[in-house]
Design a protein around this ligand. Structure first.
Ligand SMILES: CC/C=C\C/C=C\C/C=C\C/C=C\C/C=C\C/C=C\CCC(=O)SCCNC(=O)CCNC(=O)[C@H](O)C(C)(C)COP(=O)(O)OP(=O)(O)OC[C@H]1O[C@@H](n2cnc3c(N)ncnc32)[C@H](O)[C@@H]1OP(=O)(O)O
Ligand SMILES: CCCCCCCCCCCCCCCCCC(=O)OC[C@@H](O)COP(=O)(O)O
Length: 355
């Protein structure tokens, strides 16, 4: 193990990274709260400010993936579609099998310049998560209760509000509704069988209602659906903790751009269309399992320095007062205070994992 890799695996480094993320995140949440009066004067200005503030939070996690862990993200896509990415609103349909798949999604958002404005259909519980959930509230993220009777109206209303959004956005939809596990897959395939639908090997049966309401609500706003299929080389099972430890992963994303006009308007036909799409996604995963690559050419966008610059900025800003505090602590000469502080820091890794 090299010296740098050893440094990245040190708990003290993780503590510093989390400290910067948590404190900067709460400061940004507070700044977002301060933009509330701006909404009354100019909604579009408030939205633009919040896009930039949100970037300051989400790009820190992207920096961990791109710069700290050095994870490689490869994009397989059609060269004709490539120039449109980041230049139009789009609905992104992504498979949900990895702990960090949302972060790989964010990384591509960053590379195409839509990270601050990216959106998702998220379960309501995530709205209460400090920093990320609170940030999402100001970004007009669409939340669902996974109760169709309620979601039908609320999801539609939230999406309608995005019609005059001032910057390009990608709206992520995990149609499977939950992360893939063998147990969930088994149950899901029983549902498929009972409905007379073809089985899937690598995906759960897609929930069609959220997709239909999204497509219908964003007609005229979004130009296309980006059908995205993600996998990792060598059967890697990446985790957030692995990234924090500086572990390098290799993500491959296959994206097909499908113009929105090609998607049926009728609910039943739209559902059938989505089931067919998931059959195709399954065949791409099969191809990947056999050959180690997705079909089509590679058009990888390079990483940009902004996430790193933002991360360094917050680190400098927040580590300076922490350094002063530590210097004062040591120079205080109080053995009890020093021993108590070291004990608290040493005990932290043994706390139960809450993620
Ligand atoms: C160039 C680069 C391109 C791309 C880059 C990639 C990505 C970047 C883009 C953006 C990034 C932005 C943000 C990312 C950041 C963070 C994301 C993090 C977290 C969010 C994750 C979540 O929260 S996922 C959970 C919430 N989301 C969803 O659930 C969406 C899918 N669900 C739906 O659409 C649902 O329909 C619903 C929620 C709208 C309503 O749910 P409900 O359950 O009430 O209704 P359903 O119709 O779905 O269910 C009833 C029917 O389902 C059948 N059923 C029952 N059991 C099962 C089963 N196990 N499997 C399948 N089906 C089942 C049941 O029989 C009912 O059928 P009917 O025929 O009777 O309707
Ligand atoms: C700079 C980096 C510092 C890192 C340290 C801090 C780490 C904090 C991480 C917070 C990340 C929160 C992002 C929200 C993404 C959560 C994804 C998620 O929860 O998906 C839910 C789905 O799967 C469906 O769930 P279920 O059907 O199981 O209900």
């Amino acid at each position: 193990m090299g010296l740098l890799q050893l440094l990245k695996s040190q708990f003290l480094c993780h503590l510093i990274i989390c400290y910067v993320f948590l404190v900067s995140g709460l400061i940004i949440n507070l700044l977002q709260l301060c933009t509330l009066p701006v909404w009354l004067v100019s909604k579009q200005l408030a939205r633009r400010i919040n896009i930039r503030l949100a970037y300051c939070i989400s790009s820190q996690m992207v920096a961990i993936l791109e710069w700290w862990s050095g994870t490689e993200c490869t994009l397989y896509t059609d060269p004709k579609s490539y120039p449109l990415y980041g230049k139009e609103n789009a609905i992104v349909v992504l498979n949900h099998a990895f702990e960090i798949d949302f972060l790989c999604g964010w990384t591509f958002c960053e590379r195409f310049g839509v990270l601050g404005s990216s959106k998702v259909l998220a379960k309501k519980q995530l709205a209460y998560v400090p920093i990320i959930g609170w940030m999402w509230y100001f970004l007009e993220i669409v939340f669902c209760k996974r109760k169709w009777e309620e979601d039908r109206r609320t999801v539609n209303e939230s999406l309608e509000k995005l019609r005059d959004y001032p910057e390009n956005f990608w709206f992520l939809l995990y149609c499977e509704g939950t992360r893939f596990t063998p147990k969930k897959h088994q149950v899901s395939m029983q549902v498929a069988e009972s409905k007379g639908l073809s089985k899937l090997k690598y995906h759960l049966l897609p929930r069609t209602k959220g997709f239909w309401v999204t497509v219908q609500s964003l007609r005229g706003t979004a130009a296309a659906v980006y059908d995205s299929t993600l996998n990792f080389r060598n059967n890697e099972m990446p985790t957030l903790l692995g990234l924090l430890n500086g572990k390098k992963y290799h993500a491959d994303l296959y994206v097909r751009r499908i113009p929105l006009e090609l998607i049926p308007e009728d609910e039943k036909e739209c559902a059938e269309w989505l089931h067919k799409l998931y059959q195709e996604k399954d065949s791409f995963q099969e191809h990947y399992a056999k050959t180690g690559r997705f079909p089509g050419p590679i058009m990888s966008p390079p990483r940009r320095p902004w996430s790193l610059i933002n991360w360094l900025f917050w680190s400098c800003l927040l580590l300076y007062p922490l350094g002063l505090l530590l210097t004062q602590l040591i120079s205080s000469g109080s053995v009890f205070t020093i021993v108590a502080s070291v004990a608290v820091c040493s005990a932290a890794p043994f706390c139960p994992n809450v993620t």
